[in-house]
Design a protein around this ligand. Structure first.
Ligand SMILES: *Cc1c(COP(=O)(O)O)cnc(C)c1O
Length: 373
């Protein structure tokens, strides 16, 4: 695919441009389902990791996602009318007090994260005379959300609150799935199996993206991959098995020549050691290009890399293009900050963060172009 095509279609006023390949999202999701060998849900929280839930969710629905997960209620409600009515949408944040009727009205499934939520959802079910759908979340080592070991034990002793509910899945979440050798993986797997054995029989939901790559011991009736569908490497340290989804480009505003000894940008943190050509690109931390990348990232033009110099500012970032043929970088043209060769994970590593934060951090000021599935 010629990277120039979507950029040519961007309006001339567009500065930072993110190109999101929905066909790659579809291919990645199919690949994850095949690897899991059992049904797979789509995770579209945080606006589908910044890529637009409204655009991504229908693609995952078409690829037969068995369920969609969001973090918050509003995110899930916003997908009403965007995906088929019969595709269940579940809210990981759970059942906030007083929202029971809202969940029913919006046809959403709460992920029940503590016994209080279980009891409130069961009471609401009784009041309506219906077994309301939900998921049950057991904490097996994340210590974030979900019934802790004591609550799980209480529920195992008296499972009567579950009787009035339609628990579609009992789920847990891995803390260290991206580190295959970490002992917590196996410990969580055993805790989950033991807890499930003590509770009424329910379908299980276990692996996230990286969990799918831990192998068949981590298979369940429903995996919940998010990041890998969006091209983030689920196997850090090994080559990325997923297709790249996101490219990020920035438009060049000016190119100037500076003398040896001249400084660039805030804090004069870069001082040229030789006469240099500096290209100023219209992207900054307000676009979600982290300031932590100051003096640490590279950009590319037709595969040739060149360094970011000086500080990333709110709207602008400067690059040393002295090594490129004169005229190669021109005002109005684009340089690539994320591409197949330098993906979101690689950029993230330079900023001491993870690809997840780069994607979810892309601001809405960056113009987004979606290549069709
Ligand atoms: C975010 C999340 C996922 C998806 O995780 P990825 O690492 O993006 O695949 C799955 N389950 C839960 C509970 C989550 O919070």
């Amino acid at each position: 695919m010629a990277a120039a095509d979507p950029l040519a279609s961007a309006p001339p006023t567009a500065t930072a441009v993110a190109v999101i390949d929905l066909a790659a999202v579809a291919a990645n999701f199919r690949d994850l389902a095949a690897r899991h060998g059992a049904p797979v849900a789509g995770v579209v929280k945080a606006d589908a990791y910044g890529l637009s839930a409204a655009r991504v969710a229908p693609v995952l629905a078409a690829e037969r996602a068995a369920m969609l997960f969001t973090a918050g209620f509003d995110e899930a409600a916003a997908l009403s009318g965007v995906v088929p009515k019969n595709l269940p949408r579940a809210v990981l944040d759970g059942l906030a007090p007083g929202t029971e009727a809202d969940f029913v009205a919006q046809n959403l499934l709460p992920v029940l994260n503590d016994l209080g939520q279980v009891e409130r959802w069961a009471a609401h079910s009784r009041a309506l005379g219906r077994r309301l759908p939900c998921l049950l979340h057991l904490d097996t080592g994340m210590a974030r959300l979900g019934l802790d070991a004591a609550e799980t034990a209480r529920l195992a002793e008296d499972a009567s609150p579950l009787r009035g509910l339609d628990v579609r899945y009992v789920m847990t979440h891995l803390a260290c799935a991206d580190e295959p050798g970490h002992p917590l993986n196996d410990l969580q797997r055993r805790r989950f199996a033991e807890a499930c054995a003590r509770l009424p029989k329910m379908p299980r939901s276990f692996a996230n993206s990286s969990g799918i790559f831990l192998g068949p011991d981590y298979r369940s009736e429903l995996a919940r991959p998010g990041a890998a569908a969006y091209g983030i490497n689920p196997t850090p340290g090994s080559p990325n098995p997923m297709r790249p989804v996101v490219a990020l480009h920035a438009r060049i505003m000016q190119v100037r020549t500076i003398a040896a000894g001249d400084s660039v940008g805030y804090g004069a943190s870069f001082v040229a050691s030789r006469p240099s050509r500096i290209a100023t690109a219209a992207i900054g931390y307000a676009d979600g290009f982290p300031r932590a990348l100051s003096a640490r990232a590279t950009a590319a033009l037709d595969g040739t890399e060149f360094p970011l110099v000086g500080r990333v500012s709110m709207d602008l970032t400067t690059f040393d293009v002295t090594g490129l043929p004169e005229g190669a970088v021109r005002p109005g043209g684009f340089v690539a900050l994320i591409d197949a060769a330098h993906d979101a994970d690689a950029l993230a590593a330079r900023a001491n963060t993870i690809g997840y934060e780069i994607l979810t951090g892309l601001s809405r000021r960056a113009h987004r172009v979606w290549l069709p599935a």
